[in-house]
Design a protein around this ligand. Structure first.
Ligand code: MIG
Length: 803
């Protein structure tokens, strides 16, 4: 990052108390501090003496609106400092040299402005459109988050650019590769350290290495930005435009910060259950009968699958919202026949609209003035698959509505969901710089990073219009803060290498703690040829990530489950069968994510914040709150080290009972990867593997109880609902909370239920499977249950059931 001759803000000359905090004059600019909640404040500094009042699209709510309850606060002044105090924190503004510091009520630091050795203020500097904020950091303090970034989960020691990028396009990535010498991995777009990537989320966590306390920072700005954590005692945040608006999360728990962050920027909608099934995609010039053939093959081989995806070749010469009728003479019939086999179809939609007078989408966009323009007012032209293309100006609400209607029309044929690609926006060999938004008012820089979010917004509305009773499913490549409200994200064009399998572990975990929990990477890699072993290892891992899709690039070897011989085929089948049997568990994790933001693919630090051993752990993660997954990330490995955090763990594959706080070596024969269940958890599973989620209404569910040796109490939860409509939000569901209590020899599993139930509900029983450290392992009891409370106790050898 180049060094700038910044002008620093130096002196507060006056201040006043406002309805929500403080407003102060600082060298001709206005600084505002607003209390949102007792542990969440908003800082803002004007540009040229005024604030940009246009709302950003990232926020799901206006946190300063009159109807949002605020917390009590106090304003006081002493010894050249202004204090804004809530019950959880105090913000301290030093008048000269200007600095802002924040502390929790117990005195621990949330953040502190940096200054030079001679005391010069580095709290806020600017130069023309750029602003820079510099803060102190302890030498060993980890940094987490920032969404879709490469490299290790701990971001410390590196710097990052915030700019949505079509990574594989050399026209766009050249600027970034050429910034580094050939010896630097960042000079290679396929390296696991290349930066930037497809998405931009300026939200990070700063952990105090000594106390493990965590604070959070979200800068609500969509211009190009830079975060530099390479310094030993300070870090810097820079944006090249817009105003400084930052939300400060006092923490100290990562969980509460994420809850607040997702309150601000929104949470994952409840997804349709079929989106949690297995997805088969491939970029290839298929014809209709190929797709029918794939469905047939999956069913013949008894490999579960929920969707087949159509990449760009289904379109008529890449014109969006059309079908190539030669390749797909009877698209509707195809969709119907697949649906009858429980298979849904998702089609790709790029934002680039072919410049083609006579093509209705182009004509309409042009006539209504809904395409992005250049400074002179003419339609901006870029390049995507159809050649020269125009781009919808999604900053205009009317353009989003129009796009929504086009999607609504498109899915009427029976398409279940939409895949948004090239939405960085990617413009091929033509630079996007001159593409302007808001009918020419705004620069590319201002909304570049927001483009995919706005596209997803419009698409979401369109799907709701076409299928008002159903939950929507959109998959997006690019994205920014808030994208989780509308779409899932896959991690773009990775390559078929073990190191890219690894890469997706910290990347998925980081996205998940950055608000986007519906994530997954193409398995077994998009570019290059997958080997049999990579295919199997990646499927075993991918089956235990939130979004599970096999996808590969045109021209690479086939990577269907059956493409690598019988051994891989049966390994892939078992991996996918495990996912399908775990669907009640996975679905319940999504329900929680939609309610609290709690991640599904979790870094261990989320649950074990005080454990120093997990700070730099990025080759294992928690899948939901109760399963620990340790993928095989190297060719030829048949075992690996696994760190088990505190508590007790059960090896999922062997049943072995293990104590936490230790690193073990777990077996990983080619048949499976290491997975562990947390002691005290209740993991719900389907008894039989369905071939798809379509029409799924099991009569019985298995509950796996992992009984710890130590005394204690543990809770888990499962939600059952129709999986398709939003009626669950009105209480048409059954939510069961399980309690496992151990007290000496006595173990009690009790359950309570809430919810009104739903029509499709047919469950009549639970089959309880006990996992203990000793002889009871695997023993089963069937209890009648259709959503009522129950209690079972195990006292020594005696099992008692109370209803
Ligand atoms: O320039 O639609 O990331 O998943 O298969 C390539 C073709 C365009 C990039 C996507 C990839 C997709 C491919 N697309």
């Amino acid at each position: 990052m180049q060094n700038l001759e910044l002008i620093n803000l130096e002196r507060i000359t006056s201040f006043e108390r406002t309805e929500r905090g403080i407003s102060a004059q600082v060298d001709g600019e206005i600084l505002t501090l607003d209390v949102v909640k007792e542990d969440l404040v908003r800082l803002a500094i004007s540009r040229g003496g005024s604030f940009d009042e246009n709302p950003t699209y990232a926020l799901a709510i206006d946190p300063l609106a009159k109807d949002v309850a605020t917390a009590e606060f106090n304003v006081s002044e002493s010894a050249g400092k202004i204090h804004l105090t809530t019950s959880a924190m105090v913000l301290e503004v030093v008048k000269h040299p200007f600095a802002i510091n924040a502390y929790r009520t117990d005195g621990s630091t949330i953040f502190e402005s940096a200054h030079t050795e001679t005391g010069e203020s580095l709290a806020y500097g600017y130069l023309n459109d750029v602003f820079v904020v510099r803060r102190k950091i302890g030498q060993l303090d980890p940094i987490y988050g920032l969404g879709e970034k490469t490299g290790t989960f701990n971001r410390r020691g590196r710097d990052f650019t915030m700019w949505n990028l079509d990574v594989l396009n050399p026209n766009d990535s050249g600027e970034f590769t050429s910034a580094h010498p050939d010896t630097d991995p960042r000079s290679d777009i396929t390296s696991t350290e290349f930066d930037p990537y497809y998405m931009t989320i300026p939200f990070f966590y700063h952990q105090d290495a000594k106390t493990s306390a965590i604070s959070g920072s979200y800068v609500d700005n969509s211009y190009r930005g830079y975060y530099d954590f390479s310094g030993s005692d300070s870090y810097q945040i820079r944006f090249d435009g817009g105003q400084f608006t930052e939300f400060i999360f006092a923490g100290p728990s990562m969980e509460s910060i994420l809850q607040d962050y997702t309150w601000l920027t929104g949470r994952t909608n409840l997804p349709p259950i079929w989106a949690l099934g297995f997805h088969q995609c491939r970029w290839k010039d298929y014809v209709q009968s190929d797709i029918e053939g794939l469905a047939k093959k999956y069913r013949e081989l008894n490999i579960p699958i929920d969707t087949l995806w159509l990449d760009i070749d289904y379109m008529d010469e890449y014109r969006v919202f059309t079908w190539d009728e030669k390749r797909y003479p009877d698209a509707e019939g195809l969709l119907e026949r697949l649906k009858a086999q429980g298979i849904r179809v998702i089609t790709i939609i790029d934002p680039g609209v072919k410049l083609d007078p006579g093509y209705s989408v182009y004509d309409e966009g042009l006539a209504k003035g809904l395409f992005a323009t250049t400074e002179s007012g003419s339609t901006y032209i870029g390049q995507v698959w159809p050649g020269k293309t125009a781009f919808p100006d999604f900053v205009q609400e009317e353009a989003r509505q129009w796009w929504g209607q086009l999607n609504a029309e498109h899915v009427k044929s029976g398409i279940a969901g939409i895949w948004n690609d090239m939405n960085e926006p990617a413009t091929g060999a033509i630079s996007a710089d001159s593409m302007r938004f808001g009918a020419g008012k705004f620069s590319q820089e201002r909304y570049h990073n927001t483009y995919a979010l706005l596209m997803a917004m419009g698409t979401h509305e369109g799907l709701l219009e076409a299928m008002p009773e159903l939950r929507t499913f959109i998959l997006s490549r690019a994205g920014s803060a808030g994208i989780q409200r509308y779409a899932a994200n896959w991690m773009g064009d990775n390559v078929s290498r073990f190191e890219h399998l690894w890469l997706s572990i910290p990347m998925g975990a980081a996205l998940s703690i950055s608000g986007q929990s519906f994530v997954g990477a193409d398995f077994a890699g998009f570019g290059e040829d997958a080997t049999a072993e990579l295919m199997l290892r990646w499927t075993q891992y991918g089956a235990l990530t939130p979004f599970a899709r096999n996808h590969t690039m045109k021209g690479t070897v086939d990577q269907y489950p059956w493409s690598f011989g019988k051994e891989v085929e049966s390994g892939v089948r078992s991996a996918l069968e495990l996912r399908y049997r775990l669907l009640p568990y996975i679905y319940s994790a999504f329900v929680r994510a939609s309610e609290t933001g709690a991640p599904i693919q979790r870094p261990l630090i989320f649950n074990y914040q005080f454990d120093e051993n997990v700070r730099n752990l990025d080759d294992q993660y928690l899948f939901g709150s109760d399963l620990l997954v340790a993928p095989i990330v190297e060719e030829g490995k048949r075992d690996r080290e696994v760190y088990l955090p505190e508590g007790e763990w059960f090896n999922w594959n062997t049943g072995e009972h293990l104590h936490g706080n230790q690193t073990i070596v777990a077996d990983a024969p080619i048949e499976y990867i290491p997975v562990f269940a947390r002691g005290g958890s209740v993991i719900p599973m389907l008894i039989e593997t369905p071939q798809s989620t379509d029409g799924l209404a099991p009569k019985a569910l298995e509950l796996h109880i992992f009984v710890p040796q130590a005394d204690g109490e543990w809770t888990s939860e499962i939600q059952e609902d129709d999986g398709l409509t939003n009626l669950a939000l009105e209480g048409k569901r059954i939510r069961t909370t399980f309690n496992v209590t151990r007290n000496g020899k006595s173990v009690v599993l009790s359950a309570s239920s809430t919810g009104k139930g739903f029509e499709e509900f047919v469950r009549e029983s639970f089959e309880i499977v006990w996992h203990t450290a000793d002889r009871l392992n695997g023993s089963r009891v069937l209890i009648a249950n259709s959503g009522e409370a129950f209690s079972i106790s195990l006292d020594g050898d005696v099992l008692r059931i109370d209803k």
